[in-house]
Design a protein around this ligand. Sequence first.
Ligand code: SF4
Ligand code: SF4
Length: 352
Amino acid sequence: MQYKRLGRTNLKISEIAYGGLALYYVERDEAIRLLNTAIDLGINYVDCDEAGAQFVAAKVYEDTRSKLGEVLKTRRNEVYVGIKCMFAKKDEVARDIDKALEYVFKGTGREVIDLFHIAHVDVQEKLDLLLSPQGGMAAVAEAKEQGKLSHTLVASHNPTVLLAALKTDLFDVAEFPFTVIEAEYKKEVIPYCHAHDIGTLIMKPIGGGQMASCADLSLRWIRQQPVDVVIPGMKTMEELTGNIEAYVNGGPLAPEELERLERTARVLGSEYCHRCGYCLPCPMNIHVISQIDIYRSRLVDLGRKKELYKMARERGAGVAADCVACGQCVEKCPFKLNVPELMKKIAAELDG
Ligand code: SF4
Ligand code: SF4
């Protein structure tokens, strides 16, 4: 295991770290066992993620408190923690910072957020709000001054908005999805990070499950790229040890392996959602990205997928079955994804 300097944070982070989303779907004792094993195997960074619960102020960090929070009580000095915030207004961001300190770090001996994430900065409007006088970056600056957090991170699925966020010089680390299919970050984002000593953290290295059939190849491809740390989500002990083995010891891809990965990418290309959000809003209020995410997730079984689909409907959001095939999203999608066709497939599997 190598330890990479994460840009200007100067933190030395294990080249493969823990994407926390998977832990949200794992029962508490097993999540604690996975985290302890990961640390034993040399992982020294956990990137927290609580799926949909993070959008609900009252629920946020509860799951993290019961799992990672427990581990930190005895192992705080062995691991750095990234805390994710979905909100953009100053009071909301300040509330999340204080709640994370209370729920996750209190009593651990080192009560500070190592890396505070402003997440899902996928549209310019959210970035504008964050930067406004009543926006979240004001809360981040105050918290940093008060010693509540050490470093800042911006996470995005949209390279244009991400680059704009990085140019504010308010972020020490950039987090983005990066695979052989989503290699567009190589053009401007990665060179900009290198030029400005910004760390790079790779989320969704297996395409959020979309590339599960060639997970090991995707990880080994990323290791040959000029990025710092990769954070796959790992739900089982086999995934944890298998991913570490592939990433650390797998070595560069042989020509036939690269060909297999690229072939998979070509096949997926017409259906692969980059989660960039250019297609939104939808006139039927369908959050296209989350519908595709639920459908493609490898973290939950069909029953749970159906539940999540139903929950979206109960929240008043549109679901795949509401798609009227107006084609507005296809026009706006830079990858010309056939969203109406995908919505039809999703509805057939998850509706009812
Ligand atoms: S459907 Fe297209 S525009 Fe919408 S999030 Fe996916 S890739 Fe981006
Ligand atoms: S085609 Fe369906 S998903 Fe796309 S914008 Fe129209 S209603 Fe929404």
